[in-house]
Ligand binder design. Structure first.
Ligand code: ARG
Length: 354
């Protein structure tokens, strides 16, 4: 822990041009605290800058140009249910920001945090014949806890959580804080009849945040969507909403034969629909060309600051027209630097009853 703390503090102080004396004082204090207590406590500034660095080091994220704009809610002192729920609702409200989405993270206590069982704070339930198949497990858990959905394609799952040493329970959000966008297409009015929608803010809630040797197991965070995450993957993957045929029908393409290229046309029009529906609703969203441009700017900034850009190519390449953006045409070293967000080990995920 001391080594990782040293690396982090030294890097942070050097990036922020703090003088050597304050660096040494802080390192001495941390070292004493670890000797005394086995751990150390981040200042708010360390927590906040560490979280930003974790975003900057996220190899799978194409949106890292904005790493420095992250707002950090320090929730390390949250220890009762009401303040916990209030901090989650505060996150959703601040991040949604009436549609002008703010990158936001809420960080709970590293050692005795409330535990969140959802993959994202806002997500649609998955049933046998409806909804998002990716959420079947979480949906089953919610149902075991007594939650009942409406069996629609878009039932917002409740927050499933446990306070330290307390049983797992759930909380249904007030519907007015969950912003959703109905999907329509200006040139294909029939698309509306599919009654598609998606929620505005993707708030990942199943990853560990690691800063300077300290792991924060509960640290939900969000940016805004890139259009193809919704249109290409969530709506179109065969193991997700699997909507290619229904959308093609609504767009009145008469065939989906491979060599008609209508599968591809359908996909493009669905991206157009999702993007412009979000824009029309005043909700932030980015197209893949712009996101990739922004990523190039991020790369330039990093090189100017003498830092290497690490990345995972298969994730940085967008799922629509990948070769049209620059990310496709070069590789990235997929080295994981800390601070970073880490997947949880398997035994810490999944159903708490099994
Ligand atoms: N791909 C995930 C989804 O479709 C969201 C991942 C985070 N995305 C983001 N733009 N911050 O829900």
């Amino acid at each position: 822990m001391l080594t990782e703390a040293k690396n982090f503090i030294t890097q942070m102080y050097s990036e922020l041009n703090y003088d050597n004396q304050s660096l040494n004082e802080r390192l001495t204090a941390i070292s004493a605290e670890i000797t005394d207590t086995g751990s150390y406590t981040h200042t708010y500034e360390e927590l906040s800058y560490g979280a930003k660095m974790a975003w900057r080091n996220s190899n799978r994220c194409i949106g890292r140009f904005f790493w420095n704009t992250l707002t950090v809610q320090d929730a390390r002192d949250v220890d009762d249910e009401d303040t916990f729920i209030a901090s989650i609702n505060h996150h959703i409200n601040e991040a949604t920001n009436n549609g002008k989405i703010k990158p936001f993270i809420t960080i709970y206590h590293p050692e005795h945090p409330p535990k969140i069982f959802n993959n994202q704070l806002i997500r649609y339930a998955g049933y046998d014949d409806y909804g998002d198949p990716a959420e079947k497990q979480v949906t089953a858990l919610a149902q075991q806890l007594g939650w009942q959905g409406n069996n629609t394609n878009f039932d917002v799952l409740p927050l499933i959580y446990a306070m330290p040493n307390q049983p797992v329970t759930y909380y249904e959000y007030p519907s007015e804080i969950i912003k959703e966008v109905a999907i329509t297409h200006d040139q294909y009015p029939k698309l509306k009849s599919l009654a598609l929608k998606w929620y505005a803010v993707p708030i990942i809630s199943n990853m560990d945040l690691k800063i300077g040797g300290i792991t924060y197991p509960t640290a939900p965070f969000n940016g805004w969507y890139m259009v193809n995450e919704i249109a290409v993957r969530n709506f179109t993957d065969s193991y997700r909403y699997n909507l290619l045929e229904s959308v093609a029908e609504a767009l009145e393409f008469d065939t989906l034969k491979n060599n008609s290229f209508n599968k591809d046309r359908t996909l493009v029009e669905l991206n157009h629909a999702v993007y412009h529906s979000f824009k029309q609703a005043g909700v932030s969203i980015v197209d893949h060309h712009t996101a990739s441009k922004q990523f190039s700017l991020f790369e330039q900034n990093e090189y100017q600051n003498k830092r290497d850009v690490t990345g995972k190519w298969s994730w940085l390449v967008p799922s629509l027209s990948p070769t049209l953006v620059s990310n496709y045409h070069h590789g990235y070293p997929n080295i994981m630097n800390d601070p970073n967000f880490h997947y949880k080990q398997q035994e810490k995920r999944g159903c708490p009853f099994h």
